[in-house]
Design a protein around this ligand. Structure first.
Ligand code: PLP
Ligand code: COI
Length: 345
């Protein structure tokens, strides 16, 4: 194992040894190849550089209490990438090819899988881009699939489960109805960068988007899904323009298993006044509690029109859900839903 400062890691890039890549050309994929050169050669005319034909995934490999390495639900990421690629009309790897290349990447970078005792993990970033030279606006005929890995700590840079603030930005939309919101494509993130900068410059950790049609209902954070706890009920938005988070789906299963009610439905912003615990959830953020949400008419405004306050510490129910997910990922709890793929390294 490399001698890195595992305990001090945040969600940022650390150089590892290998990436894995394969290219789709003339109707077939080239064999997956390891490369220690992280610079990829692309034509300046590649579709991804002009028309944004890019989708990606995020998942984590964990070193378990038993020393074994586990990937969490990689097939779900594979299925989601296939969906995103279909939306972009890009050739995508099969589920098997996707998972095999992720496993290959974990094995090749095994020395960067953080020790069990830390809260760090090895983050995998599978990326699919349109890579042939083109000028006209059309889907790329060739694609390149790359899996890379970087050890990461908490997304917020804080200790785990330390609450942060969020702001609702009603004058910046993440995704249109009938648009691309439910696909994990690069373009969804591109349009969130400017409002994120505005929010971060005002000291907010997260940006919470509402539905683009009415701006009345909660959609999701720019980096993750939204869920709240109200009594014994887990509530999360039901919307066609929200990314179907694998963490959120897993949390809903665990919540039911713990005897909680689960509601997936429209959540009016005003209902924030009635909930007990609010969190963001996703691979990178895991569960990150939100202690305050400021509602602004315009993100650029100094004063919010409404302030919603929640607990200053992670709520009891959210903590219980966190413990279950991390326990399964790190092998301290039984994998009772069959979510874990062991990687022999
Ligand atoms: N929503 C957005 C916009 C995201 O970028 C992510 C991260 O992948 C999620 C939700 C959470 O999805 P998952 O739990 O599959 O990582
Ligand atoms: C993930 O959680 O894997 C993501 O892709 C979110 C991104 C903001 C890092």
């Amino acid at each position: 194992m490399k001698n890195l400062e595992w305990g001090k890691m945040s969600f940022s890039y650390t150089k590892t040894d290998y990436i894995v890549y394969s290219t789709f050309k003339d109707g077939k994929w080239t064999p997956a190849q390891l490369s220690s050169d992280f610079n990829i050669a692309l034509s300046a005319y590649a579709g991804v550089l002009h028309y944004g034909s890019s989708c990606f995934e995020g998942m984590k490999a964990f070193r378990g209490v038993d020393g074994k390495v586990r990937l969490f639900r990689p097939e779900e990421n594979a299925k989601r990438m296939i969906r995103s690629a279909k939306f972009l009309d890009l050739a995508s790897p099969s589920i098997e090819q996707f998972v095999d290349m992720c496993v290959m990447c974990v094995k090749a970078n095994a020395e960067y899988i953080p020790p069990y005792e830390t809260t760090a993990s090895l983050y995998l970033r599978p990326l699919l881009i349109g890579s042939n030279p083109q000028l006209g606006i059309r889907s790329s005929a060739e694609s390149t699939f790359i899996v890379m890995a970087s050890p990461v700590g908490t997304y917020s840079g804080d200790k785990i489960l330390v609450p942060g603030t969020a702001v609702i930005a009603r004058n910046h939309d993440r995704a249109a109805p009938n648009g691309s919101g439910s696909y994990k494509i690069g373009a969804n993130y591109a349009q969130s960068l400017h409002p994120y900068n505005l929010a971060h410059n005002q000291g907010y950790r997260e940006l919470l988007f509402t539905d683009a049609l009415t701006h009345k209902y909660i959609e999701e954070f720019g980096s993750s899904n939204f869920f709240a706890i109200k009594g014994n009920t887990y509530i999360t938005p039901d919307s066609d323009s929200v990314l179907p988070s694998i963490t959120n789906a897993s949390l809903r299963t665990v919540a039911k298993d713990l005897g909680m009610n689960v509601e997936m439905r429209q959540i009016p912003v005003t209902e924030l006044a009635e909930v007990d615990e609010v969190n963001s959830c996703g691979t990178a953020v895991v569960i990150t509690p939100i202690c305050r949400i400021d509602d602004k008419v315009r993100l650029e405004d100094e004063t919010p029109c409404h302030v919603y306050k929640f607990t200053d510490e992670c709520g009891v129910k959210s903590r219980a859900l966190y413990d279950q997910i991390i326990g399964i990922q790190k092998g301290t709890l039984e994998d009772r839903f069959g979510w874990v793929l062991f990687v022999d390294c």
